[in-house]
Design a protein around this ligand. Sequence first.
Ligand SMILES: [Zn+2]
Ligand SMILES: [Zn+2]
Length: 407
Amino acid sequence: MISPELKAAVDRLAEEHRYEYEAAAHEIFLHPEPGMQEYHAVRYLTGLLKERGFRVACPFGGLDTAFLAEYGEGGPRIAFLAEYDALPGYGPQKDQWGHACGHNWIAANAFGACDVLRRMHDEGLIRGTICYVGCPAEETVGGKVNLTEAGCFDDMDAAIQIHIARGHGANLGNTALAMNSIEFIYAGVSSHAAAAPERGVNALDAAYLTFNGINALRQHVTPDVRMHGVIDQGGLAPNVVPALASARWYIRAADRNYLDELEKKVIRCAEGACLMTGAKLEWRYFENRYDNYVRCPELTAAFAETLNLAGETKVLTEAQPASGSTDIGNVSRVCPTGYCELGVGNEDGYDVHEEEFLQYCDGPAAYAGLDKAVRSQAYLAAAICTDQGLQESLRAFKMELKRGNVK
Ligand SMILES: [Zn+2]
Ligand SMILES: [Zn+2]
C-alpha cells in the first residue's frame, strides 16, 4: 500500500498542523451560509490555500462559489471534494442556519489532506497534482452536477471525499439512486364549474390522472425505483374549472440507463392524462439530474486499507441498499470516486441534519474524526501517487466509465 516512510510523513505532518485544520472546521462552523451563497467560506478557504502556494481558480465551472485550488504538477491528478453549504431551521426560533450536516468538517478534512500532501510534495516524497475542489450547494441544487457537466472532473484520476456520520465506523458501501426531477405543467380552459362545466378543460384532472397512471406503473418497475410527487398548483376556487395545474415529481432508480427508460413511461402517463382531459402538457427538469453513485472496487479496497491504517477498525465495504441521491453520483460516472461516511462516535443516535447533531460537527468529537479523515485521505492519495498498480487499475476503470460499461 504505502511505505512506512510515507505513513510516518503523513502522521508527522497531520500532527504538527492539526490545529490549523481544526481552526478551519471551526471557522466555517461559525459562519453557516446557504448553498450558492457560501462567500465567506470560499474567501476563507481560497485564502488559506493561496497562502500555502496553491493556484486558485474562482469562480469555477460556471459557479460563483465553486473553486479549484491546485498544487504540484503532472499526474496523477487527485481531487478532494470539499463542501461548505449549511442548512436552515436551527436555534431556539428555528430561524438560523447551521452546519448540522458537517460540511464545515468536510471542507476542513479536505484542506488538511491537501495541506499534508503539499508538504510531502515539497519534501520530494510524492509527485502529482493535489486538487482541492470547492463544491457548492450540496444540500440544494447539487453543485457537483454543474461542475461535472462543465467537464471539471474529466482530467482527474481519482476523486475523494469523507462525509461525517453518526455512530461508529466507516462506511464505503454507500450507493445512491439516480434521480430526475420532473415538473409537469398542465394548461386547461376555465369555466363556471356548475353553470358551464362543458366549456371547461380541467387541468387538475390531468394532474391527478397522471398520478393514477404512475401508480399503475409502480407494479411494473424494478424494486429499487422510487417515484414520488406533489401537486403544487391545482386551481384556486372550487367553482372555477382549474385552467392551470402543475406537479413536481422525483423519479429515482439504481441505474441511470434504466431511469432514462422509465422517465419516458412517466412522461407517457402525463401525455395520456392530457389525451383524456384535453389539457395541454409541458414538462421540464426543475433541478439537476443526479446519477447513481458508481463504486470503483480497487479504490474502495485501497480506501478501506488506509482507513484501517488511520486507526479505524470498523470499515464497511459491501454495497448497501440505496436510499437517497447525491451529486457525488455524477462525479463517480466520470472519474473513479472514493466516498466514505465516517462516524464521529456519538452514542445517542442523533443523525446529520438534526439540531442535536450540531454539537458533533465542531468540537472534540468532530476533531478526533477530523484527524482520522485527514490521515486516511492523505495515505490514500499518497498510495495513488506511488503505487503503479493502483494507478493502472484507476486508469482502466476510468476507461470503462468512458465506454459506458459500468452501471
Ligand atoms: Zn446533508
Ligand atoms: Zn452532507
